[in-house]
Design a protein around this ligand. Sequence first.
Ligand SMILES: Nc1nc2c(ncn2[C@@H]2O[C@H](COP(=O)(O)OP(=O)(O)O)[C@@H](O)[C@H]2O)c(=O)[nH]1
Ligand SMILES: [Mg+2]
Length: 378
Amino acid sequence: MSETSKETPKKGWFSRWRSKGDAPSETPAPEAAAPELVTETLEPVAEEAKPAVEEVEIRVAVEREAEVEPEAEKKGWLSRLRAGLAKSTKRVTESITGLFTKKKLDQQTLDDLEDALIQADLGVSVAARLVAKLGKERFGKEVTDEEVRAAFADDIAEILQPVAMPLVIDPAKKPHVVLVIGVNGSGKTTTIAKLANLYKREGRKVMLAAGDTFRAAAVEQLKVWGDRAGVPVIAKDTGADAAGLAYEALERAKAEACDVLLIDTAGRLHNKSNLMDELAKIVRVIRKLDASAPHSCLLVLDATTGQNAHAQVETFKTMSPVDALVLTKLDGSAKGGVLVALAEKFKLPVVAIGVGEGIDDLRPFEARAFARGLMGLA
Ligand SMILES: Nc1nc2c(ncn2[C@@H]2O[C@H](COP(=O)(O)OP(=O)(O)O)[C@@H](O)[C@H]2O)c(=O)[nH]1
Ligand SMILES: [Mg+2]
C-alpha cells in the first residue's frame, strides 16, 4: 500500500458494502479445522491434502452460494456482523456480566475483568490498559455490567480506529499488484475471490494468478471462483514455479492494462525456509517488471486460531513486506477479540474481515461497529 495509502479511499469500497445489504448465511467452518503455524515447519496440523474431498467441498460452497435467499439479502451488514461475532460476543459479555454480583467496583472485580478480557483473546496489554482506565474512573463507585461494557467498547474502538482502513487501489498502477499470503486454510483463496468480485463490480479490470501451485485443488478452486466472478485466472499445473507464474501473470495484466492483479500463494511448503524462499522469489521476480510491486501485501489470518495469529504475523513479516491484514472466519469464531490484540501490537491496517464462505461475505472493517458488537451493544 505504501505510497497509495495516502490517497482518498475509493468511494465504491465502503459505500457499495454499506448499501448492498447482505449475503446468504453460510455454515461456519468448524473451529477444529483451524491451521496452526509452527515455528520450524508449516506442515498442516489438522489437514491432509485430499484433492477429491476438497473438490467436492468447492462445489458445495459454490452451490450454496447460488442459493441466495431474498430474506437474508435484506438484513443490514451491521446485524450480519453482529450475528457473525455472536460467539465472540457471548464469551466476553457473559464473563463480564457474571462478575457484577457486587455493586461497587473493587480490586477483585477489576482483576476478574482483566482475566475475562485476556480469556476473550484481547491480549494482556489491552486487558491491562482497559481495566486500569476503568479503575481510575470508577473505582469504589457503583457500576453496572452494561456501563462497563460501554466503557470497554469506547476504549476498544479507540484502539481499532487507526487500523480500520480500506485497501486503496492505486489507479495509476496498471495493475495494482496485491500479493496475498498466509498459512494454509486461513482463507487466502476465498478472500481473493471476494476481493475480485468486489473490484469487478466496481468496474475495475481484474486478473488472478493461481500462485498456490503446491496443490492441484488450490488451482482448481481459484479457477472456479474466477469463473463465478467473471475474472480471468492465470494458472499452471501443480508443481509449477510460483514465481514464474506470478511473472507471467503480471506480464499479461500489464499487456491488458488491468487495474488489479491478485496473486494467490501457497501457505504450506516443506518448511519455513522453503516458504520464505518462495515468497521472496515471487517478490523479486515481479519487481523485474514493476519495481514498486507488490503494491499491497495482504496477510490473511483465520480468527479461529486466536492467539496463534500473533505468531503468524511475526513469521510472515520476516518473509514478506506485509502491509495489511484480513481477518477471516469471524462468523465462526469465539476468538474475534484477537483482532484488538493484533491492532494494538502490530498497528497494521485491517482492510477487511471475512464473515462467511460466500463471495459477498467480506466486509470493511469498522472500528466502532466491531467494538460495540464485540461487547454486545447495539
Ligand atoms: N466461515 C467462514 N469460512 C471461511 C471464510 N473464509 C474462508 N473460509 C473457508 O475456509 C476454508 C479455507 O479457505 P481457503 O480460501 O481455501 O484458504 P487458503 O488455503 O488460505 O487459500 C474454506 O472452506 C473456506 O470456505 C470466512 O470468512 N468464514
Ligand atoms: Mg488457497
